[in-house]
Design a protein around this ligand. Structure first.
Ligand code: GLU
Length: 431
């Protein structure tokens, strides 16, 4: 039985209102499920979020004043294992955004065949306005607020926008203090001193580079002749750019929030500090190409465009002006549903986030294994296993592309949905 739910996609964004992550995720699910033989009841189930925890909590600022903040933890589906996904601190965090991003985590873990479901959380706050001690107090309080919802066999947070390995170390500490034992498996992406895995921080960027390399090979581009524009120079963008540069690609543009730098003959990306070492260093760098606006970077005539900053940057307003021959998604949800349809029409392959940046959650899985087993892996082992897992996922998705002539996103969804549906069918409905 093939679910015919495409027409039920609904959630059409109204004019002038940007598409929310949940709308994009639901519309992508509806589209992809029409390509796969899956029980419509399972699709109905997957459209929903299992639980969304919403908390309001006080934060004592350094000046003694108290501010109320809102936080969320959305848990989408756990049929294949504990909920897994990042926590972001960002002024635009919302219930809907967390629910959409949680859904993407379910697919991402399934594409990688990891024994996890999907979750995402966040606090509505601008982390740039917080001192380190304010961030620590907020993190500890938020951990306490969601403590009953998380745990190493329930839901395992990780870094995302605005959070980092130190944030995860505070969560681990707050959780462990309340449970009265040291529990490293409650979070991943921690500082190495408390069980953070070697290679975790650069892993989403590494997987973007691996998948870009494979995609170039698939489309017969010689990596040495390939020009690449990367939007964003945080952990994902900087690490992807550096590896691709090391492997011979020509990185012609990079950017931060203030703008981009472009040099047709190539940029030495090793010379520019990434956002975590020195925020906004791209535009501050002197003698590196010419400065262009971020919007222009997205429309450069390059072989590969890697949006690796924030969501919703490729929309129906600029999709027709994109001149790249291929897009590899480094950020979560950089392409709106409407932009995706335009790229399909224009035959521009879009390698989706749930495959390309999945190295992050994959090395999180290795970190979780190390935490629960009290073992430590070497960096070489992490790199070897990640290479193997990324290639296996790439092959499964590529097979769907080749066999059914699907767009890459649809193919990745089909791989994920088949695995998730099989698990739901095997477990059935309780009671
Ligand atoms: N926040 C990352 C992502 O979106 C990592 C999630 C994790 O490691 O759990 O994939």
């Amino acid at each position: 039985m093939t679910a015919n739910v495409a027409e039920e996609a609904g959630d059409e964004p109204t004019e002038n209102e940007p598409e929310t992550a949940l709308e994009t995720a639901r519309r992508q699910l509806a589209r992809a499920s029409s390509h796969v033989d899956i029980d419509p009841a399972v699709v109905d189930r997957l459209k929903q979020t299992r639980k969304i925890h919403e908390v309001t909590m006080p934060l004592r600022r350094d000046d003694g004043s108290v501010e109320m903040l809102t936080g969320f933890r959305a848990q989408h589906d756990s049929v294949r294992g504990p909920y897994k996904g990042g926590l972001r601190y960002h002024p635009e965090v919302s219930r809907e955004e967390c629910a959409g991003l949680a859904m993407w985590m379910t697919w991402k873990c399934a594409v990688m065949d990891l024994p996890f479901g999907g979750a995402k959380g966040g606090v509505v706050v601008d982390p740039k306005q917080l001192s380190s001690s304010e961030k620590e107090r907020l993190t500890r309080r938020f951990t306490q607020e969601i403590r009953s919802a998380i745990g190493p066999t329930k839901d395992i947070p990780a870094p995302d926008m605005g959070t980092d390995p130190q944030t995860m170390a505070w969560i681990m500490d707050a959780y462990s203090m309340q449970e009265d034992e040291t529990i490293p498996g409650v979070v991943t992406g921690k500082l190495p001193a408390v069980g953070g895995s070697p290679g975790r921080e650069e892993s989403p960027g590494r997987s973007v580079a691996i998948i870009t390399r494979e995609a170039c090979d698939y489309y017969d581009y010689d990596l040495e002749e390939t020009s690449v524009a990367v939007q964003g120079f945080g952990s994902v963008g900087a690490n992807a750019a550096r590896l691709l540069h090391e492997w011979g690609a020509n990185i012609v543009a990079v950017s931060d929030v203030n703008g981009a730098r472009y040099d047709e003959s190539g940029i030495d990306v090793d010379e520019i500090p990434s956002h975590d070492t020195e925020p906004e260093a791209v535009t501050a760098a002197t003698g590196v190409g010419t400065k262009i606006p971020n919007a222009e970077l997205l429309e450069l005539d390059v072989d590969v465009l890697i949006p690796a900053a924030i969501g919703n940057v490729l929309t129906e307003d600029n999709a027709n002006d994109v001149k790249a021959d291929m897009i590899v998604e480094g950020a979560n949800g950089p392409t709106t549903f409407a932009a995706g349809a335009i790229f399909n029409e224009r035959d521009i392959p879009v390698i989706p986030d749930i495959l390309a940046n999945a190295g992050g959650v994959t090395v999180s899985y290795y970190e979780w294994l190390q935490g629960v087993n009290r073992r430590k892996w070497s960096l070489e082992r992490v790199h070897r296993e990640l290479e193997g897992d990324m290639l296996a996922a790439w092959e499964s998705v590529k097979d769907e592309v080749d066999e059914r002539d699907l767009a890459w996103r649809d193919a990745a969804y089909v791989v994920a949905l088949k695995r998730i549906a099989a698990a739901h069918e095997a477990r059935g409905v309780w009671p």
